[in-house]
Write a protein that binds this ligand. Sequence first.
Ligand SMILES: CC(C)=CCC/C(C)=C/COP(=O)(O)O
Length: 291
Amino acid sequence: MPSPRRNLEGRPLGASTSSSSSPSSPAHGGGGRFEFQSLLSSRGPGADPTCARLRASESPVHRRGSFPLAGTGPSQAPSAPPPDEDLMDLNPSFLGIALRSLLAIDLWLSKKLGVCAGESSSWGSVRPLMKLLEISGHGIPWLLGTLYCLSRSDSWAGREVLMNLLFALLLDLLLVGLIKGLVRRRRPAHNQMDMFFTLSVDKYSFPSGHSTRAALVSRFILNHLVLAIPLRVLVVLWAFILGLSRVMLGRHNVTDVAFGFFLGYMQYSIVDYCWLSPHNAPFLFVLWNQH
Ligand SMILES: CC(C)=CCC/C(C)=C/COP(=O)(O)O
């Protein structure tokens, strides 16, 4: 009866060992190729290690990927191919590489633009002005301001617009809070957490809540207020500078702000689509009237 095939450590092929998961084990590099070979050859019927080796050695990916694993000179045994899962690990997709590069550029650019991140930063003297701008885009003044105007409004048309602005601001808080809680991206390391009134999710930075609000509110204003051209330009400028100031203050990375603008813009489309009126939400208007 043929004796069971063994790997170079003397273990029967296919036998799982607790040591194979430890960092010093072959699977983690030392003589990892032996463990990979045993894994390949134990893959059930038809799993021919010779074929697998040929297939893998034809692949430039394997050649590149095996480099860190081999760590050995030509005098040692030829390296066996890693299993498919390992090939996948060693073969990052084009999308993966693009995302990693984008992230690296994002971090680098955000650090460069964070010129007001502290009092001692190169533009530290502008920091108070940037913080004033920060308050102009904060949720509290916008919510309180809208509620105040609603309470003072004496026309149905005005009330309708303000009711929808309130809905937009609440929707924005909800969506930004949700995404921040899901993505959990840390704020940049150079940020000082000295923001006025934050919620617990505001320790996260993606997306920038100020930027979503800036895009949402400015699109709302441009669509529902009749303004002279210079004022319209001012509204757009305010939104843009508010977004930029988030990176300059070191609160956000560029991608947080870019996505924030996109999300805020889309949120307006949702609000416009679900536009509340005395016809589709009469209870809201009656409630407010009684108020
Ligand atoms: C408490 C309320 C009503 C809003 C929180 C507003 C806030 C602090 C958002 C964080 O913005 P960034 O994500 O741009 O830092």
